[in-house]
Design a protein around this ligand. Sequence first.
Ligand code: SF4
Length: 236
Amino acid sequence: MEMKFSKEEYIGLGHVPIGIGAVIKGWNITERHYRNPDVLPVVDFRAMSPACPHDCFHCFTDKLKKTLTLDEIKNVIDQLAEMKTIAIDYLGEGEPTLDKDFFEIVEYTAKRGIQPIIYTEAAAKLRNRDFVRRIKKSGACVIPKCDSLWNKEFENWVVGDKTGKYFDLRNEAIKILIEEGFNKPEKDGSTRMGFDMVVCKKNMHEVEKTLRYCRENNSYAHKRRKKKNTGRCKKS
Ligand code: SF4
């Protein structure tokens, strides 16, 4: 396949190929923007509900109680907009889509010209097509949890799901996201769909396969190592 390359300069990435999902929308930030000390590129925002149905061994949040009101959150978004922030990663203290103000926050972010990026376990809310369509309409990107796309037992173990259902439900949500076009190339060549994979000994052999899947399905792959960088998968 002949690739078309972007004319923009990206730090460390060279010229990103257009239309192959190399970068999630909102992270396609030019070098010029990064070098400007007066603007912010990407901000991680966790101020949403601590509710989450899972108990991942690598959970990166503290599940702290939400203390900011919706107006206060909007005020922070306004300040970030003033600083020309390009994207906000909504990581949540728990599962962002369970927050009662989820849509208000995401839609307000887009209205203020900032790209919302939603990290999600996906199974709880994204099997509802209307819910998915409203996210699509808002312009937000979605990054489902994806420690494994193939190993059901491992993925269910990661989230502590004793019912054994999470893997299939998460995959159902991914199918709907694809059907609704989240992985279609945007005009600037970015994609609105990615996967968040925490790499440890039990899934490290799937890294290449996952990257290839992302390339073939025009999705972005966000790879992280688990906390403390031990690389071990451990659960008490
Ligand atoms: S799904 Fe996310 S918030 Fe919930 S336990 Fe796992 S890592 Fe933590």
